[in-house]
Design a protein around this ligand. Structure first.
Ligand SMILES: [Zn+2]
Length: 343
């Protein structure tokens, strides 16, 4: 990126109310068949325009074509039975009824590639595309086939690598893997989680990112956050190995969180997408608040490696709040950009 402090979002943005129920996760589609396919494309256009009007530099599809950031990808794979459901604990936090892995997993055809091609035709700006990470995928399934978290993650890493290569060929500039599970299963992350991620990006020439957050602003997550104490040092457990990894960019929750920003020193040298927008509140940040978070991060991240971003996806927010937050992000980045250029 030639732009200093290029802005982007972690991924998801609210959907229009004619496509899916707003402010709801896993919201069912309101359209069907061809109408749904057209509706998703129109929503993608609107989402792109929302980012462009705010002045976001690296744009995304706003995840308008998926119901959920993990499930929608898995729905397109073989080997997972969505009718056979078991209750498991997600990220050690809340119980959910999840599909069962019943046989070898594989990707019969590309999942998001047509969507990515469509987005590519709509803009010449850099595009970031989000995929679920292998460890987060296994955490939303009951495995009755491999019976090994590591082996299943490894199989998903191979599938994600196929999808990532197709997305790269479709013109995606940055492929991001969402790994909130990296904030929970520290031993596994260090033993094989990061290796699986490196398998997922094998052979890619485009840039790669991993997004590690404290989750959407839903109740299960905000309740969990209350148990974490005044200082959130989870990142400390995985940063040293991530710093050594082949991943180019690390996307983190920084604003309003209790993450001590000096932990960013542990990934010095990596590009960092600094979350400067809190997605767990409807209060819209002022540009000055965004700028303050970015200035703090600049103590530990070199200016040419700092990418202002949101803490997480904004799918559960209202469109007005999300628009306000996008505007604040762009305006806050502009303040700090001007300060840096004036030096
Ligand atoms: Zn997130």
């Amino acid at each position: 990126m030639k732009t200093l402090l290029p802005t982007s979002t972690a991924g998801s943005l609210p959907k229009p109310s004619w496509l899916a129920q707003p402010e709801t996760l896993w919201s069912p589609w309101k359209l069907q068949g061809d109408e749904l396919a057209d509706g998703k494309q129109d929503a993608l256009r609107l989402s792109l325009q929302q980012q462009q009007l705010a002045g976001i530099d690296i744009v995304s599809d706003g995840e308008q074509t998926r119901q959920h950031f993990v499930t929608t990808f898995i729905e397109h794979l073989n080997g997972v039975d969505f009718n056979q459901r078991k209750t498991v604990r997600i990220r050690n936090r809340y119980d959910a009824s999840v599909p069962t892995v019943v046989g070898p997993v594989s990707r019969p055809k590309p999942v998001f590639v047509e969507d990515a091609k469509f987005l590519r035709t709509q803009t010449s700006q850099p595009i970031k595309w989000a995929l679920p990470g292998p460890m987060t995928m296994i955490d939303t399934l009951y495995d009755d086939h491999y019976k090994s978290r590591e082996q299943l993650a490894w199989e998903f890493a191979k599938i994600l690598n196929q999808e990532a290569k197709d997305l790269e060929a479709a013109g995606v500039d940055i492929i991001q893997f969402d790994e909130p599970a990296f904030n929970v299963f520290f031993d596994e992350v260090n033993e094989w989680g990061i290796k699986c991620l490196e398998r997922a990006i094998e052979g890619l020439k485009c840039e790669t990112a991993v997004h590690i957050c404290y989750g959407y602003g839903i109740k299960a997550n905000t309740d969990w956050k209350k148990t974490l104490g005044s200082e959130w040092r989870q990142y400390e457990a995985v940063f040293p190995k991530l710093q050594q990894s082949n991943i180019d960019i690390i996307s983190l929750e920084c604003h309003n969180s209790h993450v001590p920003l000096e932990l960013l020193e542990l990934i010095r040298g990596k590009k960092v997408m600094v979350g400067a927008i809190d997605v767990a509140t409807d209060t819209i940040e002022t540009p000055e608040e965004v700028a303050a978070t970015l200035r703090k991060a600049l103590q530990y991240v070199d200016a040419d490696k700092l990418y202002p971003c949101t803490n997480c996806g904004m799918a559960p927010l209202s469109r007005d709040v999300a628009t306000g937050k996008l505007n604040a992000l762009a305006a806050g980045a502009e303040i700090v950009r001007n300060e840096l250029l004036a030096r």
